[in-house]
Design a protein around this ligand. Structure first.
Ligand SMILES: *Cc1c(COP(=O)(O)O)cnc(C)c1O
Length: 423
């Protein structure tokens, strides 16, 4: 049963309805440990599925290119006000279609083609859009890449400073997709100031932790902050750019008309709803619980002999190096998926294996924390992961079915927002 129900979809297009239903059941039955995913609330789902999808509203509130914005303007202004309030930012743009376009808008706002940009290299946990070679950002700008230290698995701030002063990037990115440790925004800000660069903090993964006070905020340190809204922040698929008042105009012009056409008003409304949810006291509890769960899970994995990048976690994310287990990331991820544990294979720093067949696994606790799982469940999850990984090494297929059954049993007691099995 979907919440809200979908009778028209079932009637009009049973083929798609059947697949949506199957996906809902899959999300209900699986232990969802993909670090960038979550479960949004029924309120966010309703806003996303509303008639706002019918509207065109190129421009900004009070300065639109189409008529009929009587309701859209207040919706977008609410989203902006809430974003500023939740993050303490001077300016917010809530129109970027997703995280990658939001990041491209930052280039558009501050750089000319060919300008140097510095970011954490992709295999070390950075994002494609921070200047990786296959991305437009690496092709159209001149990438300079910093790394994590081999001995600590943490960003090498000495290297960041040396590179920044030598290469004089116009833009420095901090943040990434596979960083299990706290990002030192003040240290990055000092380096950017020294090098004369704009500092952009990409908080896509940790926005919900920052909103809930479980990770330090880049506001007051970074010139511009980009984030997706659908990861730990638990909103619809979308993005925002926060900035100082000084850069407001440049950011807005870069998003529209620089890069995009009409904003997705249904997404804007859902972002506003998610931000209202993120401002509630129980969201701060949620953010702290995400981190507590990740830390207990990390410790339980270490107890079982797993080698974690940086040795543990400060946030929602755990990066496992499977090398000492004699299993590669991809076959392990596939076996775990068959066993009802959904995560992704991932490169680890200095990975000797290829990007499409790397040595690691990445997991995160945002979605299972939304389901209501707590620290008491984490040792059991570590045990299941271990059973399946060891089973992969021994090519034991029976373990997958057994673990999947136990996970279905556990999750049946923890409701999923948006869907429940028919009684
Ligand atoms: C997820 C992510 C993005 C990109 O978001 P999309 O919505 O997938 O385009 C950008 N930066 C970081 C650090 C991310 O983790």
């Amino acid at each position: 049963m979907h919440q809200p129900p979908v009778p028209h979809l079932q009637d009009r297009d049973p083929e798609i309805a059947g697949l949506v239903e199957a996906e809902a059941r899959r999300q209900y039955e699986k232990l969802r440990l993909i670090a960038s995913e979550n479960y949004v609330s029924p309120a966010v789902l309703e806003a996303t599925g509303s008639v706002l999808t019918n509207k065109y509203s190129e421009g900004y509130a009070g300065r639109r290119y189409y008529e009929g914005q009587q309701n859209i303007d207040p919706i977008e202004l609410l989203a902006i006000e809430r974003a500023k309030e939740v993050f303490g930012a001077e300016h917010a743009n809530v129109q970027p279609y997703s995280g990658s376009p939001a990041n491209l808008a930052v280039y558009m706002a501050f750089l000319e083609p060919g300008d140097p940009v510095m970011g954490l290299s992709l295999p070390m946990g950075g994002h494609l859009t921070h200047g990786w070679s296959v991305s437009a950002t690496g092709k159209w700008f001149r990438p300079v890449r910093y790394d994590v230290r081999a001995d600590t698995g943490r960003v090498d701030m000495d290297q960041v400073r040396d590179l920044a002063l030598k290469e004089r990037p116009k833009l420095i990115w901090c943040g990434g997709t596979a960083i299990p440790r706290t990002i030192d925004f003040p240290a990055f800000a000092e380096i950017a100031r020294e090098a004369g660069a704009v500092l952009a903090a990409d908080i896509a993964h940790i926005a919900g932790l920052i909103a809930g006070g479980a990770h330090p905020s880049p506001i007051g340190h970074a010139d511009v902050v980009t984030t997706t809204t659908h990861k730990t922040l638990r909103g619809p698929r979308g993005a925002m750019i926060l900035s100082t008042a000084e850069h407001a105009k440049a950011v807005d012009k870069a998003v529209f008309p620089g890069l995009q056409g009409g904003p997705h008003d249904h997404t804007t409304a859902a972002i506003a709803v998610a931000l209202k949810e993120a401002a509630q006291p129980d969201f701060a509890r949620y953010a702290r619980q995400i981190v507590a769960n990740a830390q207990v899970l990390a410790a339980a994995l270490v107890d079982r002999g797993y080698d974690l990048v940086s040795g543990g976690t400060d946030n929602h994310l755990v990066l496992i190096d499977l090398t000492n287990k004699g299993v590669a990331g991809k076959p392990a991820a596939q076996a775990l998926d068959r066993a009802g544990i959904e995560l992704n294979y991932n490169a680890v720093p200095f990975d000797p294996r290829k990007p499409f067949d790397p040595s690691g696994l990445r997991l995160g606790t945002a979605a299972i924390t939304t389901r209501g799982l707590g620290e008491e469940h984490m040792p059991q999850i570590a045990e299941w992961i271990d059973e399946v990984v060891l089973g992969t090494a021994k090519q034991d297929e029976a373990v997958a079915g057994r673990v999947a059954g136990k996970i279905r049993e556990l999750l049946a007691s923890y409701p999923m927002p948006g869907w429940a099995p028919a009684p």
